[in-house]
Design a binder for this molecule. Sequence first.
Ligand SMILES: *[C@@H]1O[C@H](CO)[C@@H](O)[C@H](O)[C@H]1NC(C)=O
Ligand SMILES: *[C@@H]1O[C@H](CO)[C@@H](O)[C@H](O)[C@H]1NC(C)=O
Ligand SMILES: *[C@@H]1O[C@H](CO)[C@@H](O)[C@H](O)[C@H]1NC(C)=O
Ligand SMILES: *[C@@H]1O[C@H](CO)[C@@H](O)[C@H](O)[C@H]1NC(C)=O
Ligand SMILES: *[C@@H]1O[C@H](CO)[C@@H](O)[C@H](O)[C@H]1NC(C)=O
Ligand SMILES: *[C@@H]1O[C@H](CO)[C@@H](O)[C@H](O)[C@H]1NC(C)=O
Ligand SMILES: *[C@@H]1O[C@H](CO)[C@@H](O)[C@H](O)[C@H]1NC(C)=O
Ligand SMILES: *[C@@H]1O[C@H](CO)[C@@H](O)[C@H](O)[C@H]1NC(C)=O
Ligand SMILES: *[C@@H]1O[C@H](CO)[C@@H](O)[C@H](O)[C@H]1NC(C)=O
Ligand SMILES: *[C@@H]1O[C@H](CO)[C@@H](O)[C@H](O)[C@H]1NC(C)=O
Ligand SMILES: *[C@@H]1O[C@H](CO)[C@@H](O)[C@H](O)[C@H]1NC(C)=O
Ligand SMILES: *[C@@H]1O[C@H](CO)[C@@H](O)[C@H](O)[C@H]1NC(C)=O
Length: 469
Amino acid sequence: MTRAEAPCPGVCSSCGRWSALLLPGFQQAFSLVLLLLLPPPPPPPLPPRRRRRLLCGIMVCFRFSPVPGSGLVLLCLVLGAVSSYALELNLTDSGKATCLYAKWQMNFTIRYETTSKSYKTVTVSDLSTATYNGSACGEDQNGPKIAVQFGSGFSWVVNFTKEGSTYSIDGISFSYNISDNTTFPDAKDKGILTVYDPVRFRIPLNNIFRCNSLSTLEKDDVVQYYWDVHVQAFVQNGTVSTKEFLCEKDRTSTTVAPITPTTTPAPTTTPIPKEKPEVGSYSVNNSNGTCLLATMGLQLNITHEKVASIININPNTTDFTGNCHPQSALLRLNSSNIKFLDFVFAVKNENRFYLKEVNISMYLVNGSVFSIANNNLSYWDAPLGSSYMCNKEQTVSVSGAFQINTFDLRVQPFNVMEGKYSTAQECSLDDDTILIPIIVGAGLSGLIIVIVIAYLIGRRKSYAGYQTL
Ligand SMILES: *[C@@H]1O[C@H](CO)[C@@H](O)[C@H](O)[C@H]1NC(C)=O
Ligand SMILES: *[C@@H]1O[C@H](CO)[C@@H](O)[C@H](O)[C@H]1NC(C)=O
Ligand SMILES: *[C@@H]1O[C@H](CO)[C@@H](O)[C@H](O)[C@H]1NC(C)=O
Ligand SMILES: *[C@@H]1O[C@H](CO)[C@@H](O)[C@H](O)[C@H]1NC(C)=O
Ligand SMILES: *[C@@H]1O[C@H](CO)[C@@H](O)[C@H](O)[C@H]1NC(C)=O
Ligand SMILES: *[C@@H]1O[C@H](CO)[C@@H](O)[C@H](O)[C@H]1NC(C)=O
Ligand SMILES: *[C@@H]1O[C@H](CO)[C@@H](O)[C@H](O)[C@H]1NC(C)=O
Ligand SMILES: *[C@@H]1O[C@H](CO)[C@@H](O)[C@H](O)[C@H]1NC(C)=O
Ligand SMILES: *[C@@H]1O[C@H](CO)[C@@H](O)[C@H](O)[C@H]1NC(C)=O
Ligand SMILES: *[C@@H]1O[C@H](CO)[C@@H](O)[C@H](O)[C@H]1NC(C)=O
Ligand SMILES: *[C@@H]1O[C@H](CO)[C@@H](O)[C@H](O)[C@H]1NC(C)=O
Ligand SMILES: *[C@@H]1O[C@H](CO)[C@@H](O)[C@H](O)[C@H]1NC(C)=O
């Protein structure tokens, strides 16, 4: 098996010239394009020297990945861009239903000590011989796992666990046979070496994890690189989810940085002005029909470890449920990263309602869970039988670390008739809309008074003038 030697002496200097022709671009987009266009063909049987040269070409293609263009794809094709294999595994259970799905790319660099007490580094990127023996959906005892064997004695295993409404990538284990002296010439050690990385990365159930960005795992002498990762364990009903749970890097690259091909990196310290959230319409039904209505744009402001993150709720990807009782009503939202966001309404003095309680539990980008509850709030106060409305941005302060900014808000948690809002009580913030006509009106009446006075004075003067004549 031929393997890519990390440096490409001589050849890369000529490859380097292409870099000038290529714009700095987007590796993911390009390798995706490449993947789409290139189902992994069998590796051409080439003499080692020639092969290294080709690998070098590929490295250039990836490193200076261009704006996707067919010409360049062709260039890579011609150069034999075949060593970047997307691995794909679609495991089915006994009933032929998909239970685990994964598609990803990876490569490795391994450092080892030689008999002459120096260190060498090898890169393992040819996964064209991959087999998936030992991959399993998981039974009661053993969880699901993906096992991949490739090259001369390489083995890679990832296992998964389930916990409540989430599943985790438990750990990744990578083994190599350092006795193989064609891959590891002059290695001092012998035998099979294994590195194990406990990953413990949590993903909501029924979500596919996606990470197009490059992730690096470094342990002992092995550096593992992953990109274009898509994986879902515990697939439900045999259907791979369309709900994506993105890794942190993908989120920031898709939501924060609109891709600008400038060389100066955007300063990370200036807060990103976040656009207004989209307005969602939520409702709760009981046996009598709709009993709670809410229309609002929601923006969460979470301060975690001194960093405020602003998260807009996308109504298209948010589910809602709830319940209605005579003295209380609940609206519960959830989405792929929000386990629940509860709004609890209560009745006070038998004639008014208000927002009494907000509870949230959500996954942060690092996989940890953020939970806050406050049942002692007093917002959105209005008479029973009416709705509460506030078009201006308003803040519900749940705790020092958690605020909700609301936009174009209208809620009615009690006494909803025929699924429609009753008359609205507006928030004081909106009152200037009423104030404006008052000011205009006052201005107008002032003007009228001035005109009348001027007229009267004028009449007096002309009358006086007539007298003197
Ligand atoms: C996985 O395999 C099943 C059964 O062969 C098929 O129905 C399903 O479409 C495949 N899913 C993907 C994502 O390839
Ligand atoms: C391994 O993957 C990384 C990340 O995509 C890439 O920069 C590197 O060139 C790859 N190495 C080889 C030998 O393909
Ligand atoms: C994987 O399984 C196939 C047949 O199921 C077998 O031929 C092959 O030797 C196995 N490979 C490894 C590395 O166990
Ligand atoms: C995952 O694999 C590692 C090492 O192979 C093992 O220690 C761990 O217990 C496994 N986890 C599960 C849930 O099987
Ligand atoms: C490791 O490589 C050596 C040399 O190629 C070989 O003799 C040995 O059987 C390999 N060990 C395993 C477990 O594959
Ligand atoms: C590899 O090891 C074998 C014995 O295990 C030996 O015969 C051979 O010469 C070695 N090759 C190299 C390149 O060191
Ligand atoms: C799976 O099917 C069951 C019953 O058919 C259904 O209740 C459940 O919502 C489905 N789950 C998903 C994730 O589609
Ligand atoms: C449904 O409406 C009837 C008549 O207005 C009322 O008596 C009953 O309590 C309502 N049921 C619920 C669950 O609100
Ligand atoms: C609630 O009931 C109304 C009819 O009364 C129906 O149109 C609506 O789809 C229901 N909403 C939900 C969430 O079930
Ligand atoms: C988010 O909360 C922090 C801390 O309370 C506050 O300083 C910041 O202005 C808030 N940002 C927005 C957009 O509400
Ligand atoms: C939500 O869906 C509507 C219509 O399907 C679309 O116009 C809108 O852009 C979507 N919003 C988001 C944030 O995806
Ligand atoms: C909301 O929660 C329900 C029940 O736990 C779940 O079936 C659904 O998929 C969740 N919705 C989203 C958008 O994650």
